[in-house]
Design a protein around this ligand. Structure first.
Ligand SMILES: [Fe+2]
Length: 310
């Protein structure tokens, strides 16, 4: 009875072409039908980002999560402060549609487990007393590298006006685990079995909204290289290269055309059995990064609320 992972994010955007350009520059593959663009990782058979064009402003439409035991979940939604919905117009009438207590629409669907990613050569790091890479260079000339291609959508971070209420709902109604949090400002939820450290995370804001979608790449070099490439190609804002304390992943964020973010990550903590994981409530000084560049001023700005006020 639980959410098992994230499948996709649906966003309303003003101009679908602008979105296709950004996400294809980021290494995703696009398919367009009218005002809807579907973006997926090259080696995956499912969409990760779905853009609905022609909107007055960017807005989170809904998130789609992989889950099982939907009947049982459906019985928990209303007692835990959510509501059950009919499938929105134009959406598939499968799975379970619901609204969380903060008004975010969630689509739960049963979906086959993700395929294991292909095994890659280990990222070898020479360290004091541990020389594992000898008689060869670690890094090749830049021209030797192809543009990084995201492997999979690993997690999403959304804004929440009440992070504790979000955690209560996603853990108690949807069967997720609280991996870690930082006070009432940010919280990270995982699946209870075979999960990245976080699948859905919540950051405090006066209202709901989409903050970022995070795509896994093979290693930290690819995080840095892909981030630099996308910044140069798009001229957009960035935060990275750095390493998070919470989840331990290396990160590089690039700002999307509407002020939210795409993250490349590698080497995230993994929770194969939630009963063996102990959540930590970190101080605010650890809520963003262990190390990295200065945070952009608007990194946690919820542009969806600005637009709503006009
Ligand atoms: Fe992230």
């Amino acid at each position: 009875m639980a959410v098992q992972g994230v499948l996709s994010v649906d966003l309303e955007v003003p101009d679908v072409d602008v979105g296709i350009r950004f996400y294809t520059d980021a290494g995703l593959v696009a398919a367009r039908a009218g005002e809807v663009a579907r973006l997926r990782c090259v080696d995956q058979d499912r969409d990760s980002i779905i853009l609905h064009g022609g909107a007055a402003r960017k807005r989170l439409r809904h998130v789609t999560l992989r889950a099982d035991d939907l009947d049982n979940i459906s019985r928990n939604v209303v007692p835990m402060g959510g509501s059950l919905l009919k499938a929105p117009d134009g959406s598939k009438n499968i799975g379970l549609w619901l609204k969380d207590p903060n008004g975010m629409i969630v689509h739960l669907v049963e979906y086959p487990p993700e395929r294991d990613l292909a095994v890659v050569a280990p990222f070898e790091v020479n360290a004091p007393g541990r020389l594992v890479r000898k008689n060869r260079a670690a890094v090749l000339p830049n021209s030797a590298y192809e543009t990084a291609k995201p492997l999979r959508l690993g997690h999403i971070l959304v804004f929440s006006p009440d992070v504790s209420a979000s955690v209560a709902f996603y853990t108690e109604a949807l069967g997720m685990g609280l991996a870690d949090r930082s006070q009432d400002v940010i919280a990270f939820c995982c699946a209870k079995k075979d999960s990245d450290h976080h699948v859905v995370a919540f950051a405090k804001s006066p209202g709901i909204g989409f903050h970022h979608a995070s795509f896994q790449v093979t290693d930290l070099d690819q995080v840095g290289r892909a981030g630099r490439f996308l910044v140069k190609k798009t001229g957009r804002g960035e935060w990275g290269f750095g390493r998070h304390t919470i989840g331990s992943n290396f990160f590089h964020y690039v700002q999307d055309p509407w002020g939210s973010w795409l993250e490349y990550y590698s080497d995230m903590d993994y929770i194969d059995d939630y009963s063996r994981w102990t959540p930590t409530n970190y101080g605010l000084e650890d809520s963003f990064a262990n190390w990295g560049p200065e945070l952009p001023r608007d990194f946690t700005h919820n542009y969806e609320l600005d637009a709503a006020a006009h």
